[in-house]
Design a protein around this ligand. Structure first.
Ligand code: UDP
Ligand code: MG
Length: 310
């Protein structure tokens, strides 16, 4: 079978040589074992501003397996993955997507390929532990999965974007027209026979995480708002509750008025103004989040532009 390994890279000059060396070694043994007939190690440069592309060119010159794609600017991890998968479609039997930083255990690619040969179209790489993550990352990631679950989004806990897609699953996935990509949720909608492969997560080989806190928050927001309308329902519910409270309050005010003890009421008034003001703003914000999504989808802008391909 033919395998494409898609690796999105954003400012990864420090890790790429090692990643390529390890992957080439793995691919060669798998070809020798006749698990694979052909393989492409496909680096997608997501508009890096360091020497990433130069390193990819250098690696391409050295190895028969390495191919490269340079995107015109930074479009984010999910879009970079999409670019790599779209360019691989029709040219291979399966794609594996994996991070550039060697945090994902590359040896599990073999297990994924074996699962594919057993008839599984989707193979998720799932982390055993998060022992190598900082406390902050671990806590934010866990609360993210919990929140997504509460919002009714079906995700595989501790599965990031390390997975194998067979050509049928890949073709199905590429039919999704949406611009707000949240791949790990979308793949769950594709169906097909699926299974998990478990791995221990390594430390980042070199360099810093390219997911800044801002990017993480944006990613979580995208995940929720592209996959769930529950926030809208929660707003309606809060609105109803507020309505109930205000009716009770009205009764209380009328009773107090007719009894003749009109109280200064300054504190409660001020509180209500602030509380309702905040609530309204927050609700408008959430609704705006969805309208923003619609706006983005309606424009149907291209997901990425290719600058060079080797
Ligand atoms: N990445 C990317 N574009 C971005 C941010 C990250 O292509 O805008 C790539 C990055 O090069 C890496 C993968 O996405 O291969 C995962 O990023 P990282 O390891 O920095 O995230 P973390 O593992 O800390 O969540
Ligand atoms: Mg990483």
């Amino acid at each position: 079978m033919k395998l494409n390994i898609v690796i999105p890279c954003f400012n990864e000059e420090e890790v790429l040589r090692e990643t390529s060396r390890q992957l080439t070694e793995l691919v060669e043994t798998m070809i020798n074992e006749e698990l694979l007939s052909e393989c492409i190690i496909f680096f997608v440069d997501d508009g890096s501003n360091d020497k990433t592309w130069e390193v990819i060119e250098e690696l391409q010159g050295m190895s028969a397996y390495v191919h490269g794609l340079k995107l015109s600017h930074n479009v984010g991890h999910q879009n970079a993955l999409w670019a790599g998968m779209e360019q691989s479609a029709g040219k291979c039997d399966a794609v594996v997507t994996i991070d550039a930083d060697l945090q994902h255990d590359i040896n599990k690619i073999r297990d994924m390929v074996l699962a594919y040969q057993d008839g599984y179209e989707v193979v998720y790489g799932v982390r055993n532990t998060r022992s190598t993550d900082s406390g902050f990352k671990k806590r934010t990631a866990l609360s993210f999965y919990r929140l997504m679950h509460k919002m009714g989004v079906d995700l595989i806990p501790n599965h990031a974007d390390f997975r194998l897609l067979g050509k049928n699953a890949l073709q199905a996935l590429l039919e999704f027209p949406e611009r707000n990509l949240f791949l790990r949720g979308m793949v769950r909608l594709v169906g097909f026979k699926e299974t998990n492969v478990y791995f221990d997560c390594n430390e980042r080989f070199a360099g810093e995480s390219k997911y800044t806190t801002n990017k993480m928050v944006a990613f979580a927001m995208d995940g929720i708002t592209s996959f769930s309308v529950r926030p809208l329902r929660i707003i309606t519910l809060i609105g109803l509750i507020c309505l109930g409270i205000s009716i009770a309050e009205m009764i209380y005010v009328l009773v107090a008025y007719f009894r003749g003890h009109t109280i200064p009421g300054w504190a409660s008034l001020l509180f209500s103004v602030w509380f309702l003001g905040g609530l309204l703003l927050f609700s408008i914000g959430v609704v705006g989040e969805y309208i923003g999504k619609i706006y983005k989808e309606v424009k149907r802008r291209p997901r990425y532009f290719i600058e060079k391909q080797i």
